[in-house]
Design a protein around this ligand. Sequence first.
Ligand code: MRU
Length: 367
Amino acid sequence: MKVHEQPMRTIWVEPDGASVGIIDQTRLPHAFVTARLTTLEEVAHAIRSMQVRGAPLIGAAAAYGLCLALRGKASDEALARAHALLLATRPTAVNLRWALDEMRRALQPLPPQQRLQAAYRRAAALCDEDVALNRSIGTHGVPLLEAAWAKKGQRGRINVLTHCNAGWLATVDWGTALAPVYLAHDAGLPVHVWVDETRPRNQGASLTAWELGQHGVPHTVIADNVGGHLMQHGEVDLCIVGTDRTTARGDVANKIGTYLKALAAQDNGVPFYVALPSPTIDWTLEDGVRDIPIEQREGTELTHISGRLASGEVVSVHVTAPGSPVANYGFDVTPARLVTGLVTERGVCAASSEGLLSLFPERRAPR
Ligand code: MRU
């Protein structure tokens, strides 16, 4: 995507050929700042603190974290230590484990002196693959927007509701849920996005709104609890969200509050789609509510809110009653029965084991 008219990805290798550049997402939307990561520990910190976030981007960052770790020593022990440290940064997005395992699979069989170069090559390939998968999700998602447009007699605008940030900032490029939106907008369809603010980290208000604005896509930020009201009044044609982990039977973990949107969508007959690249599928799990680990983060994310004063200064203020305990759950699970369809790089399928296996037949258990 473009930032200030310059084509840009969310992660890159710096001209020194070693350190890794990122967009510091904790500074958006108030400032567009890039950061240079030079060590394994800096990458782990960037993931934990959410300078980089979003399931696919967490995976890409972890892959480069392994590269930086191997710069010192590329021994088996160094590889194992870096894998473990990065895996522990965030628990819910399965792309993290997927990317780390892909890297280990490529590097482990090599002699240590060949590992470093191979690591950078594999990390770059993972990033390129992510861009291609997301672009393909976009292509498969556009007909859903066209169908919504046809259903309303091609009048007015196509109202999409999304939660959190599943745009290009959450991936290497394009995004998952927003890839169809960008392609449809570029093709001239009148798309408008309702952007859930997504408390407590405000990924919708800060990141989704920022990137849609950069691209010129019409959008409106709404408080997290508005979606149900809009659906009751026919103001949402379809919902599209991303996911951090989708089970083999199609249950989807995504940012906290997604489940409530899915319930409201079902009550109002609004299609509820989830967009995902295949590395987000956890083929080892079935029951998402029972088995997907849900991240709980620092209470200060809930007790405090940050914003920019008219003077330009960014400040953080306390918004909850002093001393009240808080619980900060990062994700929830939407059961497959509430999901109209999964939009993947191979097409759209039912949120069910059969649906996923129809697109990924290589995952069928051998008879
Ligand atoms: O806590 P975050 O900001 O990393 O959560 C991100 C989300 O929940 C996204 O919707 C998800 O990763 C899908 S991104 C393409």
